[in-house]
Design a protein around this ligand. Structure first.
Ligand code: C2E
Ligand code: CA
Ligand code: CA
Length: 454
């Protein structure tokens, strides 16, 4: 119990006492305020997080809740808030930590070691459905209206306070729009683009107006001592914000469903570019890796459409590797049958960011795969001497060997990392030490020079 509560209010306080009382009050608020508890947990997470772990803050409100308090009294208002908090806690994943901030406001902190947050928007819609179901309490029927704003942790908005501020900005946007119940804060806000809906429509326009470009990052084949693969990485030349990396827009594309036309554009362009590359470099035998999300994979006719684009461009599926990021949402049976078909056609399957998700090992067991990519967070600040990192990397290499899948190490930034991976029998490597991502024309030049040297 905070100290100030025990003081006698009848006693007239002198100036010193007043100052001390104010300090106590401040301290007690800062210690016991629910958002401070989350802030403390967030700061602890930040200290020990891996490079690719994620966090998100959700701000939630019950619209027109004040009217319930005014009409039915605080005892009913409080019972409703308790009911809401109970439903939030019992119906969201364990890593979602909810607190009631006061009045109609709830706050949630999600911290995960996974590279991607599970589909926050989808969960919020489920919670909304649950909380908005009409219910009966003390002789009255109630139905609530719920709105969410969320902000994801990035290096730019790295403090809890800025995440909270941005989640509230997003919530304000959702509140202003009658038809909208969820808004994700977007880094576009400072360009006057305020909603993910606007980013989505700009991206849609960007696709049709040729603002997207494919970059390529070469992969090194350790045993051949030569380039042995290329990974396709999309970029957006935004008219106001310049060159944008996919981290700035892939999440919104996924949330909005725009990932499907975007993915189709990427596959078409990758085929077109590859066709051109093969004309110039007839000796080039390695495949090109394309990133797909699990959401794309399980879309009806995904594989049929992918195969038809490949054929239309005069190529065969064995020219490509499908890179998939781990996600909570995969239904192993459904995913597995699509991947089996893709493999039968000759495509290789690679699990991206291996070791960071929830289910790395069960993926190996349940899905037909050819390759794992060791996530670059395992190599971050690794000199080749650190015991734990050595252990993790060597274990993945050993495990992969036993079950017969090959390994690509991502994020090689130093010679010592390169040498250690080489000596431990890693098949392929990728990273700034070898080459950063580059435009298609530069890859054509690199491959032409490589072939000429042989
Ligand atoms: P990813 O698949 O893990 O891609 C590798 C990322 O690591 C790329 O960032 C690349 O630029 C960066 N990188 C490469 N070498 C190094 C290094 O040595 N050190 C460090 N620190 N970073 C390195 P990028 O291009 O910003 O891509 C970010 C993520 O966006 C990708 O991560 C991938 O998950 C997603 N993405 C990229 N292109 C596509 C796409 O066409 N479709 C889909 N669905 N997702 C994509
Ligand atoms: Ca990838
Ligand atoms: Ca990766």
């Amino acid at each position: 119990m905070p100290r100030f509560i025990h003081r006698s209010v009848k006693h007239k306080r002198n100036h010193q006492e007043k100052l001390s009382l104010q300090k106590d009050l401040r301290d007690s608020l800062s210690i016991y305020a629910p958002h401070k508890v989350l802030e403390h947990k967030f700061n602890e997470w930040k200290k020990s997080r891996s490079e690719r772990s994620c966090a998100s803050v959700i701000s939630m409100t019950i619209s027109r809740f004040q009217a319930i308090n005014n009409t039915f009294g605080f005892h009913i208002g409080d019972a409703i808030l308790q009911r809401v908090l109970y439903k939030l806690i019992t119906n969201t994943p364990n890593e979602w930590q909810w607190v009631h901030l006061g009045d109609d406001k709830f706050l949630c902190l999600i911290m995960t070691d996974s590279t991607r947050l599970a589909n926050v928007k989808m969960f919020c819609h489920q919670i909304k459905g649950l909380l908005e179901q009409p219910f009966y309490m003390e002789g009255y029927d109630f139905s609530l209206s719920i709105k969410f704003g969320s902000a994801n942790f990035t290096e730019q908005q790295e403090s809890f306070a800025s995440l909270l501020k941005n989640a509230n900005i997003a919530l304000d946007i959702a509140k202003r729009n009658e038809k909208q119940s969820f808004e994700l804060y977007s880094p576009f806000i400072d360009t006057g683009i305020h909603t993910s809906f606007e980013v989505e429509s700009q991206l849609r326009k960007g696709i049709s107006e040729g603002e997207l470009e494919l970059f390529y990052q070469p992969q090194w084949d350790f045993s051949k001592q030569d380039w042995g693969g290329l990974e396709v990485l999309v970029r957006w030349h935004h008219p106001k914000r310049g060159l944008l990396s996919p981290d700035k827009f892939i999440d919104i594309a996924e949330e909005s469903g725009l990932i499907h036309p975007l993915g189709e554009w990427i596959v078409n362009k990758a085929c077109e570019n590859h066709h051109e590359l093969l004309k110039v470099c007839t000796g080039m035998q390695f495949p090109v890796s394309i990133n797909f999300s699990m959401k794309q994979l399980i879309t009806p006719n995904f594989l049929e459409s992918l195969l038809s684009i490949i054929k239309k461009n005069g190529l065969t599926p064995n020219h490509f590797v499908m890179e998939l990021t781990e996600s909570l949402a995969i239904n192993a049976e459904e995913g597995s049958s699509i991947l089996t078909k893709a493999r039968k056609e000759g495509m290789k399957i690679s699990i991206d960011d291996f070791g960071t998700g929830y289910s790395s090992l069960s993926y190996l067991k349940d899905l037909p795969i050819d390759e794992v990519k060791i996530d670059r967070s395992f190599l971050s600040q690794w000199t080749g001497c650190e015991k734990v990192q050595n252990g993790i990397i060597q274990s993945i290499l050993h495990l992969a060997k036993v079950i017969g899948v090959s390994v690509v190490a991502e994020g090689i930034e130093t010679k010592s990392q390169f040498d250690a991976l080489h000596s431990w029998g890693c098949e392929k490597g990728q990273g700034f030490y070898l080459s950063g991502p580059m435009p298609h024309e530069k890859v054509v030049e690199l491959m032409r020079n490589t072939i000429a040297k042989k």
